[in-house]
Design a protein around this ligand. Structure first.
Ligand code: CTP
Ligand code: MG
Length: 184
């Protein structure tokens, strides 16, 4: 039980840091360049910037690298994000996790805009889990044997329950740090 919790959090930690990374490093050019979709609403909205996208990805790769080195150094019973198979394999795994998270985040915003919800508006569960599904989908597609060998249905169930709670806490923190306009 404790094993599942620790391993699931360890595995998802890089993905969790992409959001805060995007918040702190974001700004500047919008990814949709202000373009509107056919419905007359923004394609992605003002909350999605290139700096945030790549800043979030780099944040995930960086924090994941720290975890990978720690798990190798101390032979921890958690994933080393494939560092044992080589640095390139590790970077690839972390890139997939972080890219998946940022793509999931974009997909969430795209769906919210299509539903007529403005940037920063709430869509419970989507706001909290879009990046999780993005990570899982990309890993299942691009590195299924590794992903399914270290991440089981039990890990997934724990993450689906834990993430909305953790997400809320970090967003409230971001709001009080003046980085977010709304506390969600
Ligand atoms: N951010 C960014 N670029 C991204 C993702 C996030 O610049 N690709 C930054 C933006 O400053 C954004 C903040 O991180 O406002 C919070 O991200 P998020 O909650 O995903 O965006 P929202 O502003 O809430 O917009 P949306 O309704 O589209 O989710
Ligand atoms: Mg939001």
């Amino acid at each position: 039980m404790i094993d599942i919790v620790v391993q699931a959090l360890w595995f998802m930690f890089p993905a969790y840091t992409t959001g805060p990374g995007a918040v702190f490093l974001g700004g500047g050019r919008r990814m949709d360049s202000g373009r509107l979709a056919k419905d007359g609403r923004p394609l992605l909205g003002k909350g999605k910037t290139w700096r945030g996208f790549f800043g979030g990805m780099l944040t995930g790769i960086f924090t994941g690298s720290v975890l990978a080195v720690l798990s190798r150094m101390y032979s921890l019973p958690v994933t080393d994000f494939r560092l044992g198979e080589g640095v390139l394999e590790c970077i690839t795994a972390l890139l997939l996790i972080s890219l998946g998270a940022m793509l999931g985040d974009l997909m969430g915003s795209y769906i919210k805009r299509r539903m007529g919800i403005e940037s920063g508006g709430r869509l419970p569960l989507m706001d909290q889990l879009d990046f999780v599904f993005g990570t899982w989908l990309l890993l299942a597609a691009a590195a299924p044997s590794w992903f399914f060998s270290v991440f089981t249905a039990w890990h997934a169930i724990f993450i689906l329950v834990f993430t909305p709670v953790a997400h809320r806490i970090t967003n409230i923190a971001g709001y009080y740090l003046g980085k977010k306009e709304v506390p969600w």
